[in-house]
Design a protein around this ligand. Sequence first.
Ligand SMILES: Cc1ncc(COP(=O)(O)O)c(C=O)c1O
Length: 395
Amino acid sequence: MAANSSTGAIRSLSGIVQAEPRPGMVELGPGYLDRALLPGGLIRRWAAAAVDYWGAGALAYGADAGPLELRAYLAARVSGGEPGVCGPANVLTTGGTSQALDQLAVRLCRDGRVLLTEALTYDLGREIFAARGVQTIAVPGPVDDLDIGQFRYHAALAARRTGQAPAFYLIPTFHNPTGRVIPAERRREILELAHEAGAMIIEDLAYAELGYDPAPPPPPLWRLTPDPDLVISLYSCAKSVAPGLRIGWLVSGERLAAELAADPVRLSGGGPNHFTAMAVAAGCVTGELDGHVRMVREELRRRRDTLVTALVLPDGFTMRRPAGGYFAWIELPGNVEDQSLLAEAERRGTSFAPGRRFGGSARGARVCFAACGPEELSRGAARLSAACRSAAAPS
Ligand SMILES: Cc1ncc(COP(=O)(O)O)c(C=O)c1O
């Protein structure tokens, strides 16, 4: 079998990975991490260390909540060294955020709860809930904030119709698709509303570890409330380590964590992806995981800066400099719609994700700066800038 290098592909990965870049195309659409940043060498070492240290324990069915060592480490990590904030009983390992969303969707559907999302949201997150039969409502609001009045109105409407308090699905930190951060004040307001309405908040923190500016983002929602049952927070290794690991973790009140751990699928199969979880635990123990995340953050900061510098947009197009995550969001002028701009960009050899995928607006473009190296990114940004100029020009 011909060997692949640990990061770059020697042979074709078609049929092995979810998507391959199209030849000649600078792909700024998919929200993937550059393959050159995937830590093949580290994972090889962590996997060997897991077998050497835990022996059969790394290969048996795993503890239903996930391995205790890993949960204890993750609890300390998300507590930022503050004692008594979060312990292993508050943490459940997941098979990535998608798997956790699916497990939560099953519960929401069973309980007859409606899901309120931001006006623009992670499209596949919304689809996971919808596929499980959960009614989802996109709450109108500005691109870079939440409209609390609208959330209050739709929460009351949902409760009246179903007799059940709704749930909120929010991506407060380095949002997909817009990159924006919900300000601290609005975080307090949405928590207050959820408390009053008896709503549960599902907080998706997939990009939260990837901040690039000196000022850190506000604390996650779960750190801003004394009520352990108000927020379920979902973290993932997919964006800062490697999506193929299929490992993430959830932070919630102990009661809910125990209930989720007792799901029959876990009782039957143990915690998801146990061997990967043990390998990640080895990376945590040695400190290499944190070191790696720091390296990814540095790399992506440079790429964010490269994109922001290289994108020269004509009048009427606006883009805010994202403070973290993978994405920059371009708002398009009234005479440019996303699909025709995409066709123009693809003719010039680059792509982006059209805004309508993420909710109503056809006046936005999501540009991912995490998937390409700096040179390719500059090339793609120049092509996209040219496409914007061409789309904006009077015909
Ligand atoms: C906001 C958000 N949540 C979750 C995911 C998927 O996470 P995972 O790979 O851990 O399932 C993504 C991936 O694009 C995402 O953007």
